[in-house]
Design a binder for this molecule. Structure first.
Ligand code: PGA
Length: 254
């Protein structure tokens, strides 16, 4: 029932011109597929990438946003501005939490603001290595999930995307095992959704795995019934590896 989803997070890579070239290569290499595809360029490349992908099945997302519509917030970008170019927005990525001090409360405000403007949040949750080693993975993921969604209706939550990204697996080449990711996603992400919003919502939300995903290991994740796709960083910066991940996902979910 849930459409598989592969999201590319380009992080702080690609100028507008480079982003257009990458988007064009992805568009040209993508054959008809059951997988929904989203690319998330940096803000400065959004209009250029949107122009290349307009009319294609590939959607555009942003990597962050502010929760206010407008105001004296130097350097920030609002959901009203993103709406011109994007359908999706990544919220609460661990790099935002770690380097820019975002906490569960700012993440909650951003999720609510995105929904208010018709953007689909891709909410990121995940434990650090220290938290994992202290046996806190389940509690951390459940708390991040619950606090980000406080105040939303079940209908709003059902349309969300959640990405489970263990922080120690991001950009390290050390992915989680498929079994581990499935366990956290089913018990802690979907389990928390079921408690707070009901079993039907928990069934409808799309949940991705993220952290060192490659064309070689994606099958290990998307073969699991609870994992609907991936949030891909490094391997989304080259058309060939990103397309490989999409095709492997289509094959596994067929
Ligand atoms: P990675 O990044 O695929 O390079 O590990 C994933 C992410 O941060 O979303």
């Amino acid at each position: 029932m849930r459409q598989p989803l592969i999201v590319g997070n380009w992080k702080m890579h690609k100028t507008a011109a480079e982003g257009q070239a990458l988007a064009r290569a992805i568009r040209e290499g993508l054959h008809a597929t059951t997988v929904e595809v989203v690319v998330c360029p940096p803000f400065t490349a959004l209009p250029a990438v949107h122009a290349v992908l307009h009319g294609s099945p590939i959607q555009v997302g942003a990597q962050n946003m502010h929760w206010e519509d407008a105001g004296a917030f130097t350097g920030e970008i609002s959901p009203v501005m993103l709406k011109e170019w994007c359908r999706y927005v990544i919220i609460g990525h661990s790099e935002r939490r770690q380097y820019f001090h975002e906490d569960d409360e700012t993440v909650r405000r951003k999720v609510a603001a995105a929904l208010r403007h018709g953007l689909t949040p891709i909410l990121c949750v995940g434990e650090t290595l220290a938290q994992r080693e202290a046996g806190q993975t389940g509690a951390v993921v459940a708390t991040q999930t619950r606090r980000a969604l406080e105040g939303l209706t079940p209908e709003q939550v059902a349309g969300l995307v959640i990405a489970y990204e263990p922080v120690w697996a991001i950009g390290t080449g050390r992915a989680a095992t498929g079994a581990d990711a499935e366990e956290v996603i089913q018990r802690r992400v979907r389990g928390t959704l079921a408690e707070a919003f009901g079993a039907e919502v928990a069934r409808r939300v799309r949940v991705l795995y993220g952290g060192s995903v490659t064309p070689e290991n994606i099958g290990e994740f998307v073969c699991r019934p609870g994992i609907d796709g991936a949030l891909v960083g490094g391997a989304s910066l080259k058309a060939e590896s990103f397309l490989g991940i999409i095709h492997e996902t289509a094959r596994a979910k067929a």
